[in-house]
Design a protein around this ligand. Sequence first.
Ligand code: VG1
Ligand code: CO
Length: 543
Amino acid sequence: MSIRTVETAPIAGQNPGTSGLRKKVPVFQAPHYVENFVQSIFDSLEGAKGQTLVVGGDGRYFNREAIQTIVKMAAANGFGRILVGQGGLLSTPAASCVIRARKAYGGIVLSASHNPGGPDGDFGIKFNVANGGPAPEKITQAIYARTLTIDGYLITEAPDLDLDRLGAVTLGDATVEIIDPVADYKALMHTLFDFAAIRAAIAGGLTLRFDAMHAVTGPYAKAILEDELGAPAGSVVNAIPLPDFGGHHPDPNLVHSKHLYDLMMGPDAPDLGAASDGDGDRNLIIGRGLFVTPSDSLALLAANAHLAPGYKSGLRGIARSMPTSAAADRVAARLGIPAYETPTGWKFFGNLLDAGLATICGEESAGTGSNHVREKDGLWAVLLWLNILAVRKQSVRDIVHEHWRIHGQNYYSRHDYEEVDSEAANGLIAHLRDQLAALPGQTLDGLVVKTADDFAYTDPVDGSFSSKQGIRVIFEDGSRIVYRLSGTGTSGATLRVYLERFEPDPARHGADAQQVLAPLIAIANRVAGIKERTGREKPDVIT
Ligand code: VG1
Ligand code: CO
């Protein structure tokens, strides 16, 4: 088998965002597009010769084609062993798990996560490092820099591999092994959760519905929730991964999981409703009659984690992304452990987890996870919830209300304006930056601005510095408005407005968040001039 060197030229725009390089499928299908980016990854690595690389994706359109190319390039670039999930599948948390369990050098994960798939949908490529987590900014910046100068790539001349047949084959000097995508992950879950207790609770009548949204989590959820834990067949729905996710948007929020929400609010609701996204790293949690905001879910999981065997000795610390509500901080304060506030994106949790500073991390965007891998993990969150329900033998609603009584409630919502004109969105943020100095001390609709800034973060472990991570306007009463532009979209800009208000009084808990936050929403719209600058009357998605 020969290795071919192919001449190429730089392609503009191969700049990884919040979570890897994401573009429309036709962009990735253009000549040399995948090859340039993948070679730029390999060119940015040191000491990869002879090492193990993990490759897999969420099964979306173009997954298999991209994997064939990547495997042939990895072999040509000197990797000794390439592990590929059967059928080209590996959820993001499972990829992280396999990288760690098999002591790989790193992994390439193909996914555009919650973005739609199909021929006109989105695709993405992400590189993860040896700890199993997304490459830190230092590396993604080096990869991008390389894409601007690249002039050639290496690829093994070979017929396509059979991605469906388990076992090892030789490709040039490398061995390619097709592995069961679920096995390592399932084994890890067994070390963390009390499967016997959950199984007993389910046998005793605890009911659940898990919507895999025709994305990658289906096989994992079937194997664990139905086969291992005994949930009746049909508890996991939309379990077969499809290249176009069945035409749906695999984003487990209240818009795209409305059917699940309606079920959970209706008379036939099971005890727990959950869903995961395209690549399996997000989770939606709905109790019977009660949606649990991701920020609250993080706080609740942290407060109750000790009920699961993997966390029985307690947590070292809790980390959340800056826009995530401060509910988790209240738990950390009560437990007497540190709380960390990082920029958006899981890559910022890696150092805290590696250094043992934090045990549980989470984001308001429906991502929660722990030190068991270095990605957020949708099914892990569902299992931890089930473990808690099995031990506490209370409803989700009762557990949440009790949590609020102890800690207070952080009312929270995010408003997204999608596909906004990029110039208008950048102008809006610039306009906010211009106001930062003048805002503190001002009274807006009766609320006094305490501080206003552009969030910047210095990593406490390696000192790396990230600036311009979101505009914060914080009021005297602790209420908060955060504005930032998405780093995962593929067309135009997405403006995210995050709103939060703390309510200590139990008599006022459990009200409608949009109503409670209405005064803050009005201020947020006015200060940023959202209507004037974007032409939008209302957000596209409210979560
Ligand atoms: C979004 C979320 C962020 C998450 C990221 C990747 O980023 O806000 O919290 O880490 O998606 O998640 P942004 O830049 O669009 O706000 V996933 O499940 O898309 O890999
Ligand atoms: Co995802």
